[in-house]
Ligand binder design. Structure first.
Ligand code: COA
Ligand code: AMP
Length: 630
């Protein structure tokens, strides 16, 4: 079936479409109804069915004869390690980790926080939770202790799984002190912490609470797969909202298994046995869906890469991994390619490797600029597919579906809506705008399987954040347009979210941190364009009138505060002190205009601006930190 026919069927007959797709998943019990809409706007896919996510990712492949195939390749230039784990070995290892969790008192429905680096044990931890029906919540290692504490208090985990350290290029980052600090800050106390000791750094264990990973796993009896309801939560993944309070996106078991399995075949166009590599981090949704679950559901070999596109050791790192492990389909963020291009614009490193195994490159996580798309295509000689999705959806909303048919590429557009997503561009009144006109990109309910079912413990915030703008529609938070060929053009966010190096950050959350500084009266954080990272946060701060300390000292403190409270991943390095912030007469800070000034873009003076002279002051302030160039 081609793209059009598949897309139409998915919208005209969603139950038939997804019911058929579900036959690629193994169930203990099939569903009473493919789509239960009796509690709309909460929709339940495959209600009444039972399955086990870990069984679908591992055990069934062993049963089907894939036991000796590599399930996971670990490639870690930062520790000079490469290893391969077959499906049979993974089954054994995951069963033992699951047994250790059970021994720690973790039962079906309990939460487990995983704060770990890019090592195979992290994927094993996720799969082990799924095996016994526990709900995992992976927290990205680049977040600070306070962010981890917020997630611990929200998820209330029975156990936390962590490691002694992460490794960032050549820096060893001890994780255990961050975990200990987070547990000090948090009010919730997990019963146990299971700590993986890495040779690069030993962590001190708190007796009674902390257990050594190797000892606990060696002592555990293997645990078998527990049937869970298709509608039970598989995981919670926290993502930035417009405030400092992260949103706990909840993903179910059944819809997730069906949608990801379908996407491997039809979006990514791979075959079981192929090597699939998502160069991301397991802490992000890309890592959940396409380092761990998707490739394993589909019987592929997944690559878990602990390194960077550059510096580990050179801009040929990605090409080495592709050629060495025979990667067929690769997925990363455009920023990784910008980093490589900056160091090797002529592609000298590309020429050193045989990349004939590679069939397609997929890019996502941020808007892909046509230059980067073009460069990647020229270097690799394969189709480069920009596709659009978000933590909330868990799998692509718009893409060139390589397993259906390849549509012509229009650089700058992630092509058309993927089957299952009825994507429209609406105006403020909820009316669809004509093709070519910018509006709010929304998706008609119900969302397809595999997308978020709610926010953890917060149905009200789920409705309020995503479903309340126009009844019957999901708000993506992205603005853009659809062209005459139904291609989508995703241009910007409509909220305070920015994308830095493919990492989603809340400028509102940063403002909350800066406002807590005793000398600060008012603050605005804006996302300005950056050649490498796409966007970078920049702070504009008004000090209290009686402050007479040196400005440089205060600025350094503000930078340090964001690093300490949110984490290094925020990449917050630039702040400017200003006398006032531009506002409307009703007091709304004009962040969009400041962003345009910083990026030297034209802007319209709003009629409601309180005092236009402030914009000149802002321009001067931004010039002093390298923006608003003429
Ligand atoms: N644990 C601890 N610290 C981390 C971390 C982790 N898992 N990940 C990042 N950090 C730190 C970095 O060390 C850096 O710290 P520094 O300020 O001391 O240098 C900071 O957070 C910012 O990291 P990052 O934004 O990754 O910048 P970078 O300069 O280290 O690397 C790129 C830039 C483009 C090479 C890198 O961002 C990259 O490879 N991006 C790929 C995109 C990606 O994986 N996106 C995920 C979604 S698909
Ligand atoms: P995250 O939840 O971290 O995956 O971030 C999701 C957001 O990243 C989206 O809402 C978009 O704003 C942006 N994004 C992701 N992929 C793309 C893309 N291909 N084109 C444009 N924006 C994208």
């Amino acid at each position: 079936m081609g793209y059009q026919a598949s897309y139409r069927r998915s919208l005209d007959d969603p139950e038939g479409f997804w019911g058929d797709a579900a036959s690629a998943v193994d169930w203990y019990k099939t569903w009473d109804k493919v789509l239960d809409d009796s509690e709309a706007p909460f929709y339940h896919w495959f209600r009444g069915a039972e399955l086990n996510t870990c069984y679908n990712a591992i055990d069934r492949h062993v049963v089907a004869g894939r036991g000796s195939q590599d399930a996971l390749i670990y490639d870690s230039p930062v520790t000079d390690t490469k290893s391969r784990i077959t499906y049979l070995e993974l089954q054994d290892k995951v069963s033992h980790v699951a047994g250790a969790l059970r021994d720690m008192g973790v039962a079906k429905g309990d939460r487990v926080i995983i704060y770990m680096p890019m090592v195979p044990e992290t994927a094993m931890a996720m799969l082990a939770c799924a095996r016994i029906g526990a709900i995992h919540s992976v927290v990205f290692g680049g977040f600070a202790a306070r962010e981890l504490a917020t997630r611990i208090d929200d998820a209330k985990p029975t156990a936390v799984l962590s490691a002694s350290c992460g490794i960032e290029v050549n820096k060893v980052i001890p994780y255990k002190p961050l975990l200990d600090e987070a547990l000090e800050i948090a009010t919730h106390e997990p019963e146990h912490c299971l700590i993986l000791q890495r040779p690069q750094c030993a962590a001190a264990l708190t007796s009674g609470r902390d257990l050594d990973w190797s000892d606990a796993v060696a002592a555990a009896e293997p645990a078998s797969c527990v049937p869970v309801a298709a509608t039970d939560p598989l995981y919670i993944l926290y993502t930035s909202g417009t405030t400092g309070e992260p949103k706990g996106v909840v993903r179910d078991h059944g819809g997730h298994a069906v949608a990801l399995t379908w996407s491997m075949e039809y979006v990514y166009g791979v075959e079981p046995g192929d090597v699939f590599w998502a160069a991301s981090d397991v802490g992000w949704v890309v890592g959940h869906s396409y380092i761990v679950y998707g490739p394993l559901f589909y019987g592929c070999t997944t690559v878990l890469y602990e390194g960077k596109p550059v510096g580990t050791p050179d801009p040929g790192a990605f090409w080495r991994v592709i050629s060495e492990h025979k990667v067929r389909v690769m997925f990363t963020a455009p920023t990784a390619f910008r980093a490589i291009k900056r160091e090797d614009s002529h592609g000298d490193y590309v020429k050193r490797y045989d990349l004939s195994c590679l069939k397609t490159l997929f890019l996502a996580g941020e808007r892909c600029d046509p230059d980067t798309l073009d460069w990647a295509g020229k270097m690799l000689g394969v189709p480069v597919i920009d596709h659009w999705w978000q933590t909330e959806t868990g799998w692509p909303i718009a893409a060139d579906c390589m397993g259906l048919e390849q549509l012509p590429i229009k650089p700058g557009s992630p092509t058309c809506a993927v089957p299952g997503y009825d994507v429209r561009v609406l105006d403020n009144d909820g009316i669809e705008v004509p093709d070519g006109e910018i509006g709010s990109i929304m998706i008609r309910l119900p969302l397809p399987p595999g997308t978020l079912t709610t926010l953890w413990n917060n149905d009200a915030r789920f409705v309020d954040s995503y479903l309340a703008t126009h009844e019957g529609w999901y708000l993506t938070g992205d603005a853009g347009y659809r062209d005459e060929d139904a291609y989508l053009w995703v241009m910007s966010r409509i909220d305070d979210i920015i994308n830095t190096a493919g990492h989603r950050l809340s400028t509102g959350g940063m403002e909350e941190v800066l406002s807590a500084h005793p000398d600060v009266a008012e603050t605005a954080v804006i996302g300005v364009a950056d050649e490498l990272k796409g966007e970078l946060p920049v702070g504009l701060v008004v000090l209290k009138s009686d402050v007479d300390r040196p400005e440089e000292e205060i600025k350094a403190e503000l930078v340090a505060m964001i690093r300490e409270k949110i984490g290094p991943v925020a990449s917050f390095k630039k702040v400017s002190i200003v006398q006032r912030l531009p506002k409307t007469r009703s007091g709304k800070v004009l962040r969009g205009i400041m962003r345009n000034i910083a990026d030297s873009k034209e802007y319209k003076m709003p009629a409601t601006i309180d005092d236009p002279r402030i914009l000149g002051e802002i321009e001067q302030a931004l010039k002093t930190i390298g923006y608003a160039k003429d």
